[in-house]
Ligand binder design. Structure first.
Ligand code: ACM
Length: 649
């Protein structure tokens, strides 16, 4: 901050001297053809965007004018950093300049259309103006402005000899939903404070304003709680393994438990502040009563199961049997004991500190996938059922949830849980995050619960986005076109109770931050458009074009993304005479697919896919490559024919 004030004061002094002659001559009257070639590629698509004639060219000295500069310091810093880094232009903040390059204006009288996060962005040949009711609106307008510049604006290095020109436009924009979330699971694999900051940097480009941190699960407890030291001494650490998570051999007693980590309370304060400076709220989640093995490994007395004294934080070995569907059969008891008063005092300690650390209104207390098989046999639970007149095990969980909600509310916060909290009867004040499809969210909103929609079929970014040959194996798939169909406010819902929509990034199969990015982008583009843009503005073909332009931006920003849209969807079927037939379906238009069965690498001079193919009798490998015109664009995909045979069974 001090640095910023110094920089601003210095710049005011210097720039003042030059204020009269630093604005380069605008390029008025650019040939219309040049203008129309300049792509306008804002994601998420604004409510209204009018392209006008003419272009704006960034002058050598960029002057930002922000009359309420203290309130707008985040947007000023963001624009100064971004423009200064890639263009090398001299960026200054001068509030009395006669002709500022970029004017940031907070309305003195609120424009009702814009609400708290909307903005107007006007680019004309001589000036850029962003207007909003609130600083958040200016910040989102600044994100749109950066997206109007050439892709090189995203570069982390100076780009020489570039004309920084952008099309003249009038944008009026505001979000569809006030809660536009991404969930980041830092429990299955731990991600550092700096990686979480990078996650925030990436999400705000696309106007997400809520980071849901999944802070506790079977594989790790990730936040320091004073008075409960074992949570971070024991609960934060597992045995490092790589491969296919879930199938690891159980670790032996002598393997070091050094894999993991946690955030200290100072780290959390730093993250909360970092997020706030970018208009992002952090929703903390402590997932109970299921998914609680890290807690139980730390404090076994919180389990109903005596054998819990031998439990360890999970290192990716199998602990659940999903063969009969949900809820799973637990092989170890990873639930907190609902009949043990110590559990509620433990949660009181945790929730008290969480409530102090996170300013956001809500605390998410999980509630998903709690297996009940240990509870069913447990005498303490049976006694609780008798005492509280609970007839079923889901009612036991509902009893637990209501007690936890009381604790959350006693700390001045609102309680939220995954949609399983509806199962045994839910308190009227609980908010619901709908993940097992939209139906629980629709039901809950119609029953007047606040709801955030994050259904698996559209918004689970841990699912595979391409064929399993190119992806870490996960049990389900979600391609970009499906994510783009996410409509968090369907016609059948009581819309006033849908407070948000979000996508969830579980990290069982995500071992590093590059893979976090790969899984987020471009599907999070689709989610951002689903939670920000009016539904009538969504258009798949146009979205794909913008996505491709944004790939260039992500390349320049050195952010990894998945190129899965260029790889065909691969499916198999059997012909009437039982022959294997392979179908290759491009996800987007304009691609040609070439293939080989002779083990060599295909290019565009190989057979072109036109209809389902039957592998030659002795073929052992199908290789596929996708082209756009003469350019290879997809990944080289190789699949043993025996694998394809297995898929058809
Ligand atoms: C969940 O995906 N178990 C909320």
């Amino acid at each position: 901050m001090k640095k910023l004030i110094l920089m601003i004061s210095f710049c005011i002094a210097v720039a003042h001297l030059y204020a009269q002659n630093i604005v380069s001559e605008p390029e008025i009257g650019d040939a219309e053809s040049t203008v129309s070639q300049m792509p306008v590629v804002i994601i998420p698509e604004p409510v209204s965007l009018m392209k006008k004639t003419g272009t704006f060219t960034l002058p050598e000295n960029v002057i930002i004018q922000a009359l309420k500069s203290a309130e707008l310091k985040q947007s000023i810093t963001f624009l100064s950093d971004r423009i200064g880094t890639s263009t090398g232009k001299f960026v200054s903040v001068v509030n009395n300049a006669t002709h500022p390059t970029i004017k940031l204006i907070l309305n003195s009288q609120a424009d009702p259309q814009l609400g708290n996060e909307g903005y107007k962005l006007n680019v004309n040949p001589t000036q850029i103006v962003i207007t909003a009711n609130k600083p958040a609106g200016i910040f989102w307008g600044a994100q749109s402005l950066i997206q109007l510049f050439p892709a090189e604006m995203e570069s982390k290095e100076l780009i020489d000899n570039r004309k920084w020109r952008l099309p003249c436009v009038d944008v009026v924009d505001y979000p569809k939903l006030g809660w536009r979330g991404l969930m980041f699971d830092v429990a299955r694999h731990f991600f550092t404070k700096d990686e979480v900051k990078r996650f925030i940097d990436d999400m705000v480009r696309y106007k997400f304003n809520l980071l849901h941190l999944h802070l506790a699960d079977d594989e790790g407890w990730r936040i320091e709680i004073k008075g409960l030291p074992k949570l971070t001494e024991v609960g934060a650490w597992s045995v490092k393994k790589v491969g296919t998570f879930g199938d690891f051999v159980p670790p032996t007693a002598d393997e070091p438990r050094t894999y993991g980590g946690f955030y200290t309370q100072d780290d959390i304060k730093e993250l909360v502040q970092y997020a706030q400076e970018r208009f992002v709220n952090i929703l903390p989640e402590i997932d109970v009563p299921g998914h609680s093995l890290a807690i139980i490994a730390s404090y076994p007395e919180l389990s109903c199961t005596p054998d819990a004294v031998n439990y360890k934080v999970r290192s990716g070995e199998k602990i659940m049997d999903w063969s009969r569907g949900a809820p799973p059969i637990a092989l170890v008891d990873n639930t907190l004991c609902p009949a043990n008063e110590k559990v509620y005092s433990f949660l009181d300690t945790v929730i008290t500190q969480i409530a102090q650390l996170f300013p956001f209104d809500y605390i998410h207390m999980g509630g998903d996938e709690a297996s009940h098989n240990f509870w069913e046999k447990n005498d303490q639970v049976k006694a609780l059922m008798q005492r509280e007149n609970l007839k079923t095990i889901p009612q036991v969980q509902a009893y637990f949830e209501k007690r936890v909600e009381q604790i959350v509310m006693a700390k001045g916060k609102k309680f939220m849980g995954w949609d399983e909290i509806l199962d045994g009867g839910v308190s009227p004040t609980a908010a619901v995050m709908s993940w097992r499809g939209m139906k629980y969210g629709i039901q809950a909103a119609n029953d007047k619960h606040n709801v955030v929609m994050s259904p698996t079929e559209f918004a689970y970014l841990d699912y595979m986005q391409a064929d399993v040959v190119t992806e870490p194996r996960v049990y389900a798939s979600l391609r970009l076109n499906k994510a783009y169909q996410f409509n968090p406010v369907p016609a059948s819902v009581n819309a006033q109770y849908v407070i948000g929509g979000q996508a969830n990034l579980w990290t069982e199969q995500i071992f590093n931050f590059r893979q976090v990015q790969y899984m987020l982008w471009p599907r999070a583009f689709a989610i951002s458009e689903s939670v920000w843009s009016p539904i009538e503005k969504k258009n798949w073909t146009n979205f794909v074009q913008r996505t491709e332009e944004h790939f260039k931006r992500l390349d320049l920003a050195e952010t990894k993304y998945s190129p899965a849209i260029y790889d065909p969807m691969i499916s198999v079927k059997r012909s009437p005479d039982k022959q294997l037939m392979i179908e290759l379906t491009p996800e987007i238009d304009g691609l040609d697919i070439y293939y080989s069965f002779d083990n060599s690498t295909p290019d565009r001079f190989y057979p072109k896919y036109t209809a389902a193919i039957v592998p030659p009798k002795d073929a052992s490998i199908l290789r596929i490559i996708t082209y756009k015109g003469k350019q290879p664009i997809g990944r080289l995909i190789s699949i043993p024919v025996t694998d394809l045979q297995k898929r058809s069974r």
